[in-house]
Structure formats: C-alpha cells, structure tokens
Design a protein around this ligand. Structure first.
Ligand code: PRT
Ligand code: ZN
Length: 225
C-alpha cells in the first residue's frame, strides 16, 4: 500500500504513451520536475508524486495499491487483469476515464501469400502474441483450438522465423504488418490509454484531490473535441 500522504501516479517512463501522459499532467495543472533518469518526479505545486515505469508494471502497481492512479493502455490493463485472475492475485481497479491517445487495435494477422482466411483456418495453428490471456479468451469464445506462443517482442517476425503460423499483435497504421508481408484479420480488442485508480483507495485528502482533477480532465478532453 502507498502509505505516503502524496497522491502517487504511475505513467510510462519512455515509450508511445510517455509524451501524451506528461502533457496531460501539465494540462491538469500539475507542475513536475521531470529529469530524464529519475524514477520519481515530485510535483512542485500539488501533493503528487509521479512514478515513471514500464507500461507493463502500471496495472499491477495500481492493483496492489503501490500507486493510487495510473495511466496505461487498455490492452495492458485487460491482459494483466486476466493474468492476475488466473493466478488469484488482486486485479480490481476503478477505470476513471478513457483518454484520447494511445489508440490501437489487437488484431490477428497471417502471411499475405495465404490470402483471405476464415476463422476455421486458425484451428490447430500456432499464434504468436504478447497478449496470451486476451488471445486465449478470444479463441475459447470462438471455439478455436489453436496453440498460443508467447513472445514479448518482434511478434511480427514469428511466421517468417518459423515460430508460429500467425500472430495476434497491436496495430495502429498497419505499416509493420505490411513491411512483414502479413495480412490483417479480425480485431479482437480496441484500445486507448485510460486512467485507473486503486479500487480500495479511501484516503479522504487523496480522493478530494482526485475529485478536483477529474473536472479538469473533462475540460481538457472537451477542449480537444
Ligand atoms: O518499455 P515499455 O514496456 O514501457 O514499452 P513497450 O515497448 O511495451 O510499449 P510501447 O511504448 O511500444 O507502447 C505502449 C502502449 O502504446 C501500448 O501498450 C499500446 O497501448 C499503445 N500503442 C498504440 C501501441 C501502438 N499504438 C503500436 N502501434 N503499442 C505498440 N504498437 C506497436 C505494435 O506492437 C507493432 O510493433 O507498433 C507496431 C505497429 O505499428 P504500426 O503503426 O506499424 O501498425
Ligand atoms: Zn511494455
């Protein structure tokens, strides 16, 4: 549990969400002294500390109460929730807001030379992914008996490397799939960045600070529309 009296927010240190997270915090009026190598940045005008970590660690830090809030892609949130459900770890969070950045979709793809394929084609195939839990749930729901190969990176090269027959990976422009000779199939999850809160947060001062920040967040989102 975060026993500090300062509200602790986890964001991605460096990656696709970091710039948008930093500018969102700025737009909310939170002044931060972000030095490149620092794990924790202290706000100079509010009782807030920002923890900068790998995106994969963010849902767990919030679920375990190490951080009060976090900003993370729904893809990582859903995968972590399913993984923790499976192993019996706490996985509840309150989703405070869907944010207007970090959009991507988790989609199936296979070698282009095979042409269009129906869902039945996946039966008995090996599918490489970084999101095994989400993929397994989809396969179970669709009654597809396929094997899941877990890879933490370079998923798009798996078919060419002979590690899998198909992949299930994040796509935004589609350029990566195209560059690797892969054809995009069904989207199994659409994702945006989202703001999450520890489900058991009961510190009045922190809750009242969050209640001050949320209308500002609404204002920032409306201003962009
Ligand atoms: O180091 P750390 O673990 O923090 O970062 P990471 O490398 O795991 O994540 P990062 O920074 O790549 O992505 C962070 C989050 O951004 C993801 O969890 C998604 O919520 C979101 N996001 C949005 C994306 C993309 N778009 C995206 N296109 N994450 C990854 N990609 C990758 C995808 O995996 C593929 O390799 O980009 C490639 C495809 O892009 P296109 O444009 O060629 O289709
Ligand atoms: Zn990551």
């Amino acid at each position: 549990m975060n026993t500090s009296t300062r509200l602790r927010i986890a964001i991605q240190k460096s990656g696709r969400l970091s710039k948008d997270c930093q500018s969102l915090l700025k737009q909310l009026g939170i002044k931060l002294n972000l030095r490149e190598q620092r794990l924790i940045a202290h706000s100079t005008n509010m009782p807030i500390d920002v923890l900068r970590v790998r995106d994969d660690d963010i849902p767990g830090l919030v679920m375990d109460g190490v951080c009060d809030l976090g900003i993370v892609g729904e893809n990582v949130l859903v995968e972590t929730q399913a993984e923790r459900e499976r192993v019996g770890q706490p996985n509840a969070v309150e989703k405070l807001s869907k944010l207007d950045f970090g959009y991507c979709r988790l989609a199936l793809a296979w070698p282009q030379e095979l042409g269009q394929q129906s869902k039945d084609w996946f039966k008995g195939k090996r599918i490489a992914t970084t999101y095994p839990e989400i993929l397994k749930q989809y396969l179970a729901a669709e009654n597809i008996d396929a094997s899941v190969v877990m890879l933490t990176g370079s998923v798009e090269v798996a078919p060419r490397a002979g590690l899998a027959d198909a992949i299930c990976d994040l796509v935004s422009t589609g350029a990566t799939l195209e560059a690797n000779g892969l054809m995009q199939g069904e989207t199994i999850l659409e994702s945006n960045a989202c703001l999450i809160q520890n489900a058991n947060l009961n510190d009045d001062a922190k809750l009242s600070l969050i209640n001050k920040l949320l209308p500002r967040l609404k204002g920032v989102k409306q201003a962009k529309e």
